[in-house]
Design a protein around this ligand. Structure first.
Ligand code: GP9
Ligand code: MN
Length: 621
């Protein structure tokens, strides 16, 4: 083996450089928890087998000019690593195949993509220049056939050792696809991508081979858990529904005081006259805002990888807007950003939106735009005349934007001083939240002034977390507690307010999530649902279980929190016996698996044909 490399210095340098570089980037740029020396060793070993295979494949493809091939391979690997680093900084996650198809979204990120890059990132490219000059000087590598076999065998052996050690440290690593961090940590970033590609191809095949009988299993599961209609069934019959997706709004800001001032004074007041859910969680995955829209509209879970808005936009759905259309509603979404972000323009057609008022419908002056697009105040202001044009009753969704990472605000919009943790992101967050709260106040005032308020119900929810785990130190200062895995779950709570003009407010403790909104809203509007496949339950139902599953498999009940493979007692926040979480764990897994099956195999297309057959039978056709 070493002889092979001794005669082929170019190959040796290529493999060594890329191996060490990949290791260093994984070690220094990703926050991978390494519990012992063996895990350190696995991480060091993990890129080597794939680097060897990559090199082999390259010299086999580029037979004539191997040096050129090797350089292309080196640059491509560098770009892949760099893209993962930038993506990780914000999402704390690794790129998946479906995410790659959304790269146009990254272009749209503008300020925040730039904000995610650091000057020292240039270090990741310096070796490319060195490598280029080295290749220029060196002669073409040869690599005989029998040597290729030798390297291939060595790489295969290495991979076997790697997988063996990984399985020892983390059993069932490859069968559990929730946790990309473990995959990267134990298999290395390249093997992870190969694995991800395999999973993705399997998912595409899944749709092709699904049959209508696959839906029966899901239907039986859902039927076992049907909830009684709540006492509020039909209280808002025929009213307009105004939903506000509150960008990156976490529940900890509610009633939080900074220097003696409220951060969300308007929301705090509104809570007094609303049903306020203080144990409501976001359940989003990589698709962030779009995942929250998916949860709310379908009462299905988003996918564990990629954004379902992009990967499964052509599925058949039975979404809330479509159901509302069938019940005489006009449906519309308002958003001051470009229409193709998160593939909304395509996905909205599958969900049943009549109108999508995107960026092009707004007059966006430079001073009224920041970060992703139109600021929240002009956004609401300009939306009102368009909303007034809609035929009533309507269902309208407003997706706000200003309170988005990296939380930029023009000076004239600052209403409070930043926090003082010293972490700029966290400190500014309070200012953009305060601005959003004020925008919401204006919106309500305008609706009251033009008469739309009385005739509508309001559903305001946080779309997902805004402050990621990278900021745990500052966050522990904000909430005055160390951020343990248990506390991290508490931070996944987002506010939910259901405001029905004329009705008294109440704080609702029920443990719930975005998946519960579709059944809840349809109940309030008095719309019966037969035959629907949904995983959430009416928030007002008397026999509701306190239960919510997060997309990473964590779950919360009235007594326990389960996360990172540990069961916590909710009253103490301390780890407790695993067996106490066991029954709910089974339900959580089933929920996620069956919902994934519905989405990935596009099973609702069979529900539609079932519906059609029943209708045809009824009409005697
Ligand atoms: C983009 C906006 C923000 O249109 O919804 O998306 P996010 O990054 O929060 O998913
Ligand atoms: Mn968002």
């Amino acid at each position: 083996m070493f002889k092979v490399f001794k005669t082929d210095k170019t190959l040796l340098i290529t493999v060594l450089l890329l191996w060490i570089k990949s290791y260093l980037i994984m070690r220094l740029f990703f926050d991978l928890p390494l519990d012992n020396m063996l895990q350190e060793f696995i991480l060091l070993l993990s890129p080597l087998s794939s680097v060897l295979v990559l090199t082999l494949i390259t010299v086999s493809i580029f037979r004539k000019n191997k040096k050129r091939g090797l350089f292309i391979m080196y640059v491509t690997s560098t770009i892949l690593l760099f893209a993962n680093v930038v993506y990780y900084r914000f999402f704390e996650d690794f790129i998946t195949v479906p995410i790659l198809f959304q790269f146009k979204n990254f272009g749209d990120l503008g300020g925040s993509a730039k904000g995610l890059m650091e000057p020292y990132d240039i270090l990741m490219f310096i070796d490319v220049v060195v490598y280029y000059y080295f290749l220029k000087k060196d002669r073409q590598p040869t690599l005989q056939k029998h040597n290729r076999k030798l390297i291939a065998t060595f790489a295969a052996l290495l991979l076997l050792v790697n997988v063996g050690l990984a399985e020892k440290e983390r059993p069932q690593l490859l069968t559990r696809t929730f946790d990309r961090e473990m995959l990267v940590k134990f298999l290395g970033v390249y093997n992870y991508h190969v694995y991800d590609l395999a999973v993705h191809s399997k998912a595409s095949a899944q749709r092709t081979f699904a049959e209508s009988s696959d839906l029966t299993e899901v239907e039986n599961y859902i039927q076992r858990d049907i909830k009684q209609p709540s006492e509020l069934f039909g209280v808002a019959e025929g009213k307009n529904v105004i939903m506000v997706s509150m960008e990156s709004l976490q529940n900890f800001v509610i009633n939080y005081e900074l220097n003696g001032e409220e951060v969300t004074p308007f929301l705090n007041d509104l809570i007094g006259d609303s049903f306020y859910f203080n144990n409501f969680y976001h359940q989003t995955g990589q698709g962030k805002t779009s995942d929250s829209e998916f949860l709310v509209d379908n009462s299905l879970y988003p996918l564990s990888r990629g954004a379902v808005f992009t990967t499964n936009a052509s599925n058949e759905y039975n979404a809330m807007p479509e159901i509302l259309q069938d019940n005489g509603y006009t449906t519309a979404s308002f958003h001051g950003n470009n229409k193709s972000f998160w593939n909304r323009d395509i996905m909205y057609q599958s969900l049943g939106y009549d109108y999508f008022f995107s960026e092009r419908y707004y007059d966006i002056k430079e001073e009224e735009s920041i970060n992703y697009g139109l600021k929240d105040k002009p956004f609401f202001r300009q939306s009102i005349p368009m909303m007034q044009e809609l035929e009533q009753p309507f269902h309208s969704k407003f997706i706000t934007l200003t309170n988005h990472y990296p939380y930029l605000l023009d000076e004239e919009d600052e209403m409070i001083a930043p926090h003082t943790t010293g972490n700029k992101t966290v400190d500014r967050y309070f200012q953009t939240v305060r601005y959003f709260d004020d925008a919401l106040r204006d919106f309500f005032e305008q609706l009251k002034a033009n008469g739309l308020y009385e005739n509508s119900i309001f559903v305001l929810y946080g779309d997902h977390y805004g402050i990621s785990q990278n900021h745990n130190r500052a966050m522990s200062e904000v909430i005055g507690k160390e951020i343990t895995p248990f506390e991290h779950i508490q931070l996944q709570k987002v506010p939910l307010l259901i405001h029905i003009p004329g009705m008294e407010g109440k704080t609702m403790e029920t443990v719930s999530g975005q998946i519960d909104l579709k059944p809840t809203i349809l109940h309030l509007l008095g719309i019966e649902q037969e035959n629907d496949i949904q995983f959430g339950a009416d928030l007002f139902a008397t026999n509701r279980d306190d239960f919510v599953v997060l997309r990473d498999g964590s779950f919360i009940t009235d007594e326990y929190v389960y996360t990172k493979e540990t069961c916590y007692d909710k009253t103490t926040g301390q780890p407790t016996e695993d067996s106490l979480c066991e029954p709910a764990k089974e339900k959580a897994q089933l929920d996620l698996n069956l919902s994934d099956k519905v989405v990935q195999s596009d099973l609702l297309r069979f529900l539609d044909s079932e519906k059609n057959t029943t209708e045809e039978e009824a009409s005697g056709k």
